[in-house]
Design a protein around this ligand. Sequence first.
Ligand code: ATP
Length: 597
Amino acid sequence: MAKRNQTSDDETLPKFKFTKASLKKASRILVYFAPYKWKFFLGLIFLFLTSVTAIVFPKLLGNLIDAGDISDERIKQVGIYLLLLFAGQAIFSFFRVVLFVDVTEKFLAGLRQRTYSHLIQMPMSFFSARRVGELNSRLSADLAQMQDTFTTNIAEFLRQFILIIGGIALLFYTSVKLAMIMLAVVPVVAVVAVVFGRYIRKYSKNVQDKTAESNNIVQETFQGISNVKAFANEWFEISRYTIATEDIRKLAVKGGILRGAFFSFIIFCLFGAIIFLIYSAVKMEHNHEITHGTLIQFMMYTIFVGASIGGIAEQYAQIQRALGATERIMDILDETKENIVLDKHSKSISLRGEVSFNDVSFTYPSRADVQVLNGVTFSAKSGETVAIVGPSGAGKSTIIQLLLRFYDPQLGNVFIDGKNANDYDITELRNSIAIVPQDVLLFGGSIRENIAYGKPNATEQEIIEAADKANASEFINRFPEGYNTIVGDRGIKLSGGQRQRIAIARAVLKQPAILLLDEATSSLDSESERLVQEALEKLMVGRTSFVVAHRLSTIKNADKIVVLDKGTVVETGTHAQLSEINNGLYKQLSSLQFEVG
Ligand code: ATP
């Protein structure tokens, strides 16, 4: 089922074009295939042998039938040949399959790991320009396509190719007259059948798409069931779903009629053609132009050739799809990744935490026309707390992203301890900065593992201490399974305040010189709020902290407030200083209690 969907996904993608550049790009994948080439070559030899044995089979079968007219000796002899032939074919097939699967699985596991590792090291600009689903299907559907092709389609294509050529040659050898009749009829019918078959497939793809659409309705409504119920809109959703499923029914019924017509066509034309041939052959046998064995031989070769002509088109289409998939994988591997050190023990650097933005201007690469930051200048001394405030969309989160070097400014510089942020090793710099975001992502796993995300080699003691400092141990210990409690999709759901405290514990473990906080806009209940606030205050001691602030209490306590408006710093100072500025933006915002923005 999953496989069907993958194929249908693939059919919506642009087809592979056999241009020189495309072929060159796709063929570069062979670099990853190189270590296995000899095994693959050996597999090809076995493939060749299985095909040859398949071609010899009808010939021997014909001989066996004719042997009845010669002698017992001859029957035995041909029988033994046939037995040997089957034994050989059985052995060759086994090795062919085992070798192809072995080569493909090794090659694909390597390619999967390489692609994932490449993807995860891509810069943020790459991710902001793409949908997660798209990247996901590169790793699943595209690689599955290649898997099918390398294990089966290439082999089948070559096998059928050999069968067609060998079969036709032997047909001519058997009877030139019959071969000519066969070549005039069977390929034409087979090709028409393939084209008709494709049309039907396209049709069933439409049905699949419509089914996926209706599944979306189910998913959406159940995910947001509280909204549906609150609006008493059950009737609306039912009618939406009914329309969608009726569409499927209409399409599917039409598809059924087409399929019925297809089967009638196949029965009438293809079998008709074969029967016509057999009719001609039987007539020839009757006139003693050919023997009975030759007749059987001929029939079998005809079926072989017909089936292979039908099959080879499908194999070709699959290989073409796999080439498209290969090209898309190469596109990913060609992208420039960030310069990241992949080491569990990668170092952090000891920073004092002096930060300054010097005339920084920035636009997101995906939206080059919108100037997000415009000549932003401010600085923070070691250990200071800087609150960044401003209306929604002013560029507050963008400043945090530039500090993490998710993006580089187009103009101006960010300095950290007097050195340009661009001159730091990106891994070392990020290891020295911790962020407590608004939306904390917890991974499926235990609470212990989630806290240890801040320092993968942390000891049990360190994890417990970090949880203590983050005011998290109290709620963790209340779970029957304590630190082993599973969270995430399949586990327990933590409240917003609890998730934030896990994030704080991660940051505590990291012991960063620079701390980035994105205060939650939605307020927590007052007890949770107090616990989070208290933990944060402890965490901020001795570190330079940048807080995208929404709460007046945080802002009042900050050493410096940077007020942003439309990407420009409009005011800088302490709460007392900024409150003095009549008609100032800060004054306006604080009169609204920073409830918005
Ligand atoms: P809020 O308080 O609502 O979170 P903010 O002050 O943090 O807002 P930013 O998130 O920094 O604002 O966004 C500033 C501008 O940059 C907005 O116009 C936003 O649409 C745009 N922007 C933010 N992230 C991206 C992105 N990844 N790609 C393109 N544009 C973006």
